[in-house]
Every structure is written in C-alpha cells, then in structure tokens.
Ligand binder design. Structure first.
Ligand code: FES
Length: 74
C-alpha cells in the first residue's frame, strides 16, 4: 500500500463527517460500501444526520460520498 493511501485512510479515521454524532468518514464509507446507497440508508446504518442539527452540517458531505462511490472513487 502506498503512503498516500495510508494517509487517506488515517484521515478518514480522523475526520468526522457528522459532527453531532461524531461519525467518521471511515464509518460512512464502510456503510456505503456495504450497500447504503442513499442518505436514509446511511442514516439508518450509522446514525449520522440524526444529531441536533438534523443533518444540516453533514447531509451534503454524505451525499457527496455516495456520489464518489458511484463514480468508483472508493
Ligand atoms: S453534523 Fe450530522 S447531524 Fe449534525
């Protein structure tokens, strides 16, 4: 595995996509890889977007990750 892949993985583990619920990008990506291909499914699977801002701060980021996965980026 290349260094930049390792760095990307570390960043995924450290970056919180859903701040309210402290859900990392790593967890969101895993849910998407396991078939959560809509915002509602990611919500159900991870609890993201169910915090006090009701997804105001994270919905767009989750939708972008779903899109990235559809484009084969991870
Ligand atoms: S940041 Fe995800 S619900 Fe608030």
């Amino acid at each position: 595995m290349e260094n930049k892949d390792v760095n990307a993985e570390v960043m995924d583990k450290m970056t919180k996509v859903c701040i309210c619920k402290a859900i990392t990008r790593d967890k969101i990506k895993l849910a998407i890889k396991n078939g959560a291909n809509t915002l509602d499914k990611v919500k159900e699977e991870t609890g993201a977007a169910t915090g006090c801002c009701h997804g105001f701060r994270c919905k767009k980021k989750i939708e972008k990750l779903i899109e990235d996965h559809e484009n084969g980026e991870f």
